[in-house]
Ligand binder design. Structure first.
Ligand SMILES: Nc1ncnc2c1ncn2[C@@H]1O[C@H](COP(=O)(O)OP(=O)(O)OP(=O)(O)O)[C@@H](O)[C@H]1O
Ligand SMILES: [Mg+2]
Length: 500
């Protein structure tokens, strides 16, 4: 009897200009959680897209329960019992939660003419209740946060009752408690015999739920280990094959620098309530808090993307009026949004253009024609410094791996030469190696005098990077901690407002 449900042997895949997979192998047992690990662009998503019929393979074989199969379409994969939660969210914003979950297989009534929406909503509600997710089936997806959308993707995949479930970075946008919930669901599925492929850049998760780990590097299979026979350090070494930067910097230096940004009593809608803080030159100011605490809303308001109801903003002591992102950019503020697909990138354009995008006047002549060569020189610089993995600057951004798309957004704002940069979850979906590169870069930018606001849900990251930490809860600032007294516990106390 064969033990594995899936066996992929010598899989080969080429895209124009990219040899994405070279003789890659992978296997998955019934009831196993198998981690698939590798740096951004290593080929993890591509391998799983081949398994789920999204891409054709150029070589190699796939066995399902011991029998060789051809999986030519996502539908064929679903019929075999293989489903996937894609890394990039694929929901339809103007449809409801229930409509998204059952799209294409709606329960019908009147001889199959009408969708039975009542039944559909009931089914969706049961599914979500079972996951302990409190989202109404009838709300439109566009009203949900990234984390909530992720939960809907998971619910959708579960609704297929598959024997194999692939999760491509399911926790990237989730809070701690949502992650716990997901892990509980994973344990249940495992007990039912479902095999799970788990892709994540959060190394600390692997030990908690995975049985085995397969490591990939540059489109190649590096090795497979039993989780209890390997340390996280060994896994990291297998995936990057080099040393990782550990930055420490002078923490007290910024106390006396001048204030570049001062926010007084900022209020906007229901999410931002009387927020005041100062940002100094060359400072990295961390913003911690639980999902929904209002951190992103403060950023959006500062950037002119959301209207402010009251409050004042001063830049270098001068009161400014920021009514649109254009005003913000003119005042030297840049914003790297957490939702890069919606706000950060134009996926159908190439890398060079995306990087130049926040700085168009610089790259067009007086008649409005683009100076493509300058655009290219500039983009090449950031492709190098940020190690963006792409065959050239002419590649469409939609063809880059998730983590590399994030780096393009960073390149775009660095081109702009802002004085104040707001990074919203800058390392979400970014591998350990590139993460440390981004930390290094943030430190360098701060050293050069740029002031940085860093919103992050990863406490170790906030503690490691920030000179000072503001904590938010329910739209209000509930704590300000200097780096030398900040601990995870102190931050959490303020974030849940147990001080009140
Ligand atoms: N549709 C495509 N067209 C061209 N190149 C592609 C396409 N999809 C992926 N690639 C390239 O294949 C390589 C592997 O990408 P893949 O998305 O599988 O990486 P990944 O391991 O999932 O990375 P990440 O952790 O950033 O999500 C990358 O170099 C990527 O740019
Ligand atoms: Mg990927």
């Amino acid at each position: 009897m064969v033990k594995n449900v899936i066996k992929m042997v010598d899989i080969d895949k080429r895209f124009p200009g990219v040899h994405a997979l070279k003789d890659c192998s992978f296997e998955l047992n019934k009831g196993e959680v198998h981690a698939l690990i590798g740096e951004n662009g290593a080929g993890k998503s591509t391998l799983m897209k081949i398994l789920t019929g999204v891409y054709d393979k150029n070589g190699g074989a796939i066995y399902y329960k011991g029998k060789e199969v051809e999986i030519n379409s996502p539908k064929a994969a679903q019929e075999l019992g293989i489903s996937i939660i894609h890394q990039e969210l694929n929901l339809m914003p103007d449809l409801t939660v229930a409509e998204n979950i059952y799209i294409g297989r709606e329960p019908m009534r009147f001889k199959g003419i009408f969708c039975d929406s009542l039944l559909q909503n009931k089914m969706a509600k049961e599914l979500l209740d079972n996951m302990n997710v409190k989202i109404e089936p009838t709300v439109k997806v566009e009203q949900l946060t990234v984390a909530q959308q992720q939960m809907i993707e998971i619910a959708k995949a579960l609704s297929f009752n598959s024997e194999v479930l692939i999760m491509d970075e399911p926790t990237a946008a989730l809070t701690e408690s949502e992650i716990d919930e997901l892990f509980r669901i994973i344990q249940e599925l495992k007990a039912k015999g479902v095999g799970i492929v788990y892709i994540s850049h959060r190394m600390e998760e692997l030990k908690k739920i995975c049985d085995r780990v397969t490591v990939m590097r540059d489109g190649e299979y590096v090795g497979m280990k039993n989780m209890n026979e390997v340390t996280i350090d060994e896994i990291i070494k297998m995936m990057v094959g080099r040393e990782i930067y550990e930055g420490v910097h002078d923490l007290e230096r910024h106390q006396n620098h001048e204030v570049v940004l001062e926010v007084k009593h900022l209020t906007s809608g229901k999410k931002v309530k009387d927020v005041s803080f100062q940002l100094r030159k060359g400072e990295i100011l961390g913003f911690a808090g639980l999902m929904g605490a209002g951190r992103t809303e403060v950023a959006r308001c500062l950037f002119g993307a959301d209207p402010k109801d009251s409050g004042e903003i001063y830049i270098n002591g001068q009161k400014v009026h920021i009514r649109s992102p254009k005003d913000a950019v003119a005042n030297g503020i840049g914003y790297l949004s957490e939702d890069r697909k919606r706000y950060g990138l134009v996926l159908g354009l190439d890398v060079n253009t995306n990087i130049a995008m926040a700085t168009m006047p610089k790259f067009s002549n007086r008649l409005g024609f683009l100076k493509e060569d300058q655009e290219k020189v500039n983009a090449t610089k950031y492709i190098d410094t940020l190690s963006i993995k792409t065959p050239s600057g002419k590649q469409l951004v939609q063809n880059l791996s998730g983590g590399n798309q994030q780096k393009v957004v960073i390149g775009k704002w660095l081109t702009r030469n802002c004085d104040i940069l707001i990074f919203d979850e800058p390392t979400r979906g970014i591998d350990v190696g590139a993460k440390s590169e981004i930390y290094k870069l943030l430190n360098e930018l701060a050293d050069q005098g740029m002031s940085i606001i860093m919103i992050s849900s990863e406490l170790p990251e906030v503690l490691r990077m920030s000179h000072r930490i503001m904590v938010m809860c329910e739209g209000k600032i509930t704590g300000e901690l200097s780096r030398n007294i900040a601990t995870q516990e102190r931050i959490m106390t303020c974030a849940t407002d147990r001080t009140a």
